[in-house]
Structure formats: C-alpha cells, structure tokens
Design a protein around this ligand. Structure first.
Ligand code: HEM
Length: 333
C-alpha cells in the first residue's frame, strides 16, 4: 500500500494535566536514586561517537526533513538500560539507544529551541510496547518498581483482564535472549511525522543476532568497547509508513505496524577506543546531554498519546538533573 497522509492525532480531554502528573510521578522515582540521574534509562551502557548517513536516491516519500538531501552528519550515541535505577545488566530490562545528530538545520519543534541544530532518535529493542497509552505505561513503570509485587500492583491499576494482557505482551520483550549491543536491532515503537507522512523508525544491526548470556554488571558496555576497538558497528536506519488507522495506528502504541521497512540511512560507530582519555571524555559528555524525541525538526515531530506525554516528562527529568544545554557542535576533546 502507498504511504498515506490521512493520519491524525486524537488528543483526549484533560490529557495535558495528566501528562504533568506523570512527569511528577517520574520525578519521584528520579529523586529516589542515590545519584541524581535520568528518571528512566538511568544506567548508561556506553556513550560513543557515530555518524549518520542519509542515503542517496530515496523515493520522494522517504526524502523528507533531514532526509531530503544525502549527506553524512556527526552524531553521538548513548546506550542504556531502561530501569529508573542502576541494576546489573544481567537483570531483564528494556534496552535503549539514543542518537543525537549534530549540525541539522531546519526549524525545531520545542518552543525556545527552534534554532537548535540537533535531531534526536530514541529507540528500544522491541518493535511495539505492551501498553496502549501513557496511562498504562506509567502504571507499568510504577508497578515494576517492586518486581515481586508487579502483577498485583498492575491489577490494582488496570484491572485483572487488562493487566494480564499487558504482562503477556511485556514478558517476551523483557526476557528475549540478549544479543551484544552491536547486534541488537532497535525500534522507535512509536510514530513520528515524516514531512506530510507518518512513520516508525528502526536501527537494524548489520551484525547478525548472537544470543549470549549476560552475566555481570557492566558487561554490555564492556563487550561493545572491545568490539569497537577492532571493527566499526553499523545499523541500517529504516522507516515504515502509516497506511491506515487499523494497521498502523497513531494513538494505540500496542499495535505492531503492518507496513514494510525501507532503508533510508546508515548509522556507523567508527572504530574507537572508549577507554582512551578521549573515549572517556566523550562518554562523560554524552552522559551530560539530554536525548529527547522532541529534539526534532518540525517535519519529524513525534506523534500520538505516548509521545505527547514524553513532551512533558523528558524536559522535567532533564531540568531536575541539570542536563547540559543542546550542543551546537561536536566538542573538542
Ligand atoms: C516506546 C516509547 C519509548 C522509547 C522508545 C523510549 C526510549 C527512551 C530512551 C532510549 C531513553 C534514554 C535516553 C538517554 O539515553 O538519555 C529514555 C529516557 C527517558 N524516557 Fe523514554 N522511551 C519511551 C517512552 C517513554 C514514555 C511514555 C515516557 C514518559 C511519559 C518516557 C520517559 C522517559 C524519561 C523521563 C527519560 C529520561 C530523560 C532524561 O532525563 O534524559 N519514555 N527513553
């Protein structure tokens, strides 16, 4: 099916106030940590240097926003575990990748940051989320703060029937065999605008999946460090288009989109030594930044209920932890 421009967002009465409450709840989790850091994706695996290439010869539909013109941008990447606390890499968790592309022109969406020159892409290793919207997401995050009580807390928040559905949908993603970060494929799991169209994006690892046992704290970042000393790591940047509300819904995040992926770019982590003085300085710089799906060109505006909730939550979290201002250039290290 051809990409459609008939997508639309449906905002609910009172949702803005609810999103403020969600950000406050996440702020409570953030303050519980011994070291003030991110409210979610608290623990970094590694921060590294990267480059994002926009491929030549894209279709008219695909050549939108920063993908309209082929070129290569400098970027940085932060890999993370999803939990709101530091915990061993061996524990089941969401795994995240956050890409900040530098030197991106065009008007940005956050008021006051219109002239920023960054475009962020945040993704996790499941292609959809187990929840429909931000209300269910918050219920799951809150229930997961005490794993032993998780099912009971979720039933309390969502009712028995829906809690069972959410748990069934969440478990495969959390317990799927862990590949090295270099061999993990990531998904936005939520839509963004793509000029007049809407898409989900994904970073598909060129390394084949290689399930391996993660046994200890810090192993995910250490394995990537070893790998990057020897060989570059690459991911295909792919998009899949909105087609219709039934097969590619904008507001219901729990539905796997049915449209086909097409590759529009390539993310490359060049050979680098993360343990060198430069590598450590870069890692510290990446950690100080804020990665936010709303750091986006107007043509790539985030869409849907959960994305609108993120528009409040990320700013609250980054302000509380005193994150660095949006960078204007790659630092001299
Ligand atoms: C499927 C959707 C989502 C994805 C793919 C995603 C991904 C990520 C990633 C990769 C990070 C780490 C960013 C970094 O490395 O700095 C992050 C952080 C965070 N996420 Fe999400 N997330 C999602 C949904 C949400 C929702 C619905 C909320 C809340 C309403 C939320 C709140 C946060 C917060 C508060 C942070 C920490 C921000 C900071 O202090 O920098 N996320 N998310």
């Amino acid at each position: 099916m051809a990409p459609a421009t008939s997508w639309k967002e449906v905002t609910r009465d009172g949702e803005a106030a609810r999103f403020e409450e969600f950000a406050t709840v996440l702020g409570g989790l953030q303050r519980r940590q011994p070291a003030l850091g991110r409210a979610l994706h608290h623990k970094p695996n590694l921060g590294v240097e990267a480059a994002l290439e926009v491929l030549p010869g894209l279709s008219t539909e695909a050549a939108q926003g920063m993908f309209a013109t082929p070129r290569t941008y400098r970027a940085v990447v932060r890999y993370s575990n999803g939990a709101p606390r530091r915990q061993s890499d061996a524990r089941p968790d969401v795994r995240g990748i956050a890409v900040k592309v530098l030197g991106v022109d065009g008007k940005k969406v956050i008021p006051g940051l219109e002239d920023a020159t960054t475009q962020d892409f945040l993704a996790i290793r499941t292609s959809r989320v187990p929840v429909r919207d931000a209300t269910e997401f918050l219920a799951l995050v809150q229930a997961a703060t005490s794993p032993a009580l998780l099912p009971f807390k979720l039933i309390g928040a969502l009712g028995l029937g829906r809690a069972v559905q959410v748990l069934r949908a969440a478990l495969p993603g959390l317990t799927a065999p862990q590949s090295p970060l270099a061999a993990t494929t990531y998904f936005s799991a939520l839509p963004i605008a793509w000029g007049p169209y809407a898409v989900q994006f994904s970073l598909a690892a060129d390394d084949p999946p290689a399930p391996h046992k993660v046994r200890r704290e810090g192993q995910l970042g250490e394995d990537l460090t070893v790998r990057l000393r020897e060989r570059a790591v690459t991911y295909a940047f792919r998009i899949r288009f909105f087609e219709d509300e039934r097969t590619t819904p904008i507001e219901d995040a729990s539905v796997e989109w049915g449209s086909a992926w097409q590759t529009v770019g390539r993310l490359t982590l060049p050979v680098q030594d993360a343990t060198s003085a430069r590598g450590r300085a870069l890692d510290a710089w990446v950690e100080s930044l804020s990665f936010d799906p709303w750091h986006a060109r107007a043509e790539h505006r985030p869409l849907g209920n959960m994305m609108r909730a993120r528009n409040v939550a990320y700013r609250a979290s980054t302000q509380a932890r005193g994150a660095a201002a949006e960078p204007t250039a790659f630092p001299t290290l």
